[in-house]
Design a binder for this molecule. Structure first.
Ligand code: PLP
Length: 390
């Protein structure tokens, strides 16, 4: 098996699985219980929080555990909107966010909030002039993802953070800056000082599914999403997922420890595969940045013109190669127009239809890239030949 769908989810580290199994078997106490078993579980939660915070370069008190990236995104938006509804009604985001943001924004519009969806250019880069022009005194929050999940484009978070900071200073306002860092965590390291809220998810970094976290800058108050037993300092009630937190913490520490080596490995694999595609397959289009500071090393999105991505995907699958045509979550939201991200970038029908996303992890090898390139050459050639007979 050659797994190149790591943006959808990753294979859990064996060390994480082992730790989670041990935790489930031996440390099943409720962290709120006052006895020894409870205290033991509480210790594991504390350690998980310390590890996630360390990997994010924030303080442990600023990390709140959630059930997934989606919950973190929803909590950030609804929490900020509800806490500040008397200050303003406007939310700014981009057209290329994950549905966890876009669907939450659509719901907030129904509740009376106004949402401005910023355009992106042909490489999925947010329009900074549009962002600056969109800031008004009525704005509550700006939410821009750190790395796009379909194209791997790295958004200029520092530039956005500075624009918001300047605006706030000039107008005496307090617009919040949230970033969906689900695809960025472990692959790029944004400057957290300019960010007020950030969402991350464990299953994208070789941790368990159903585990996420929201970073909330110290001193910032937003409304909780869940009410109940008062866990997570009353911000997120519900008995803590102790094995999930322990597993997330270990995965976060592991990706952080090997950061330079891991990202360099992914970058090398990505550029090697891209080079082979460019030299051996005609009529292709790279969706996003080919390389450089704005290209996430973990994602490569290419349109093979005159083919259908879905057919190529299943042809590669026969060779044991797993890729994707876009985001896994978007496949629940299939529209006739195809990927909302590629559409926002201005791609035409043919370009959207032929798009394939390859997403890498540290477990991939150069040998695998050679096998993928060979299968791709065959699959694209076969499809184009068949297509030309029709
Ligand atoms: N945000 C982005 C950019 C994602 O890629 C994903 C998952 O694909 C999510 C949010 C949702 O995360 P989760 O699957 O943990 O709910």
């Amino acid at each position: 098996m050659i797994y190149l769908d790591n943006s959808s989810t990753t294979r859990q580290y064996d060390e994480v699985t082992r730790l989670m199994c041990e935790t489930m078997a031996d440390s099943f106490g409720n962290p709120s219980s006052l006895h020894r078993l409870g205290m033991n579980a509480e210790k594991l939660v504390k350690e998980g929080r310390r590890r996630v915070a360390g990997a994010l370069s924030v303080k442990p008190e600023e990390v709140f555990f959630t059930s997934c990236g989606t919950e973190s995104d929803n909590t950030a938006l609804f929490g900020a909107a509800r806490a500040r509804k008397r200050t303003g009604k406007k939310i700014i985001t981009t057209r290329v966010e994950h549905p966890a943001i876009l669907e939450a924004c659509a719901r907030l519009e129904k509740e009376g909030f106004e949402v401005e969806y910023l355009p992106v250019d042909g490489r999925c880069m947010v329009d900074m002039d549009a962002l600056k022009a969109a800031l008004t005194e009525d704005t509550i929050i700006v939410s821009v993802m750190a790395v796009n999940n379909e194209t791997g484009t790295i958004m200029p978070l520092s530039e956005i953070g500075n624009a918001i900071k300047e605006y706030n200073k000039e107008h005496g306002s307090r617009i919040l800056f949230h970033s969906d860092m689900v695809q960025a965590f472990g692959k790029v390291r944004p400057d957290m000082r300019l960010i007020d809220l950030a969402s991350v998810s464990a299953h994208k970094i070789h941790g368990p599914k159903g585990m996420g976290a929201l970073y909330i800058k110290e001193g910032l108050n937003i409304e909780p999403f869940f009410y109940g037993g008062g866990q997570e300092k009353h911000f997120r009630s519900g008995t803590e997922n102790v094995p999930g937190i322990a597993g997330f913490g270990l995965a976060a520490e592991m990706v952080n420890r090997g950061f330079a080596e891991r990202t360099e490995r992914m970058r090398t694999l990505r550029s090697f595969l891209l080079e082979r595609i460019k030299t051996e397959i005609s009529d292709i289009k790279v969706n996003g940045f080919e390389d450089g500071d704005f290209a996430c090393p973990a994602v490569l999105n290419v349109s093979f013109l005159g083919t259908r991505g879905e057919v190529i995907l299943h042809t590669l699958e026969q060779d044991g190669i797993y890729v994707s045509t876009g985001s896994a979550c978007a496949s629940n939201h299939k529209s006739k127009a195809g990927s909302h991200v590629l559409r926002a970038m201005g791609l035409n029908d043919k370009e959207v239809e032929g798009a394939i996303r390859f997403s890498f992890s540290e477990f991939n090898t150069m040998e695998e890239m050679n096998m993928v390139a060979e299968s791709l050459v065959k699959a694209v050639g076969k499809f184009r030949k068949l297509g030309s007979f029709r």
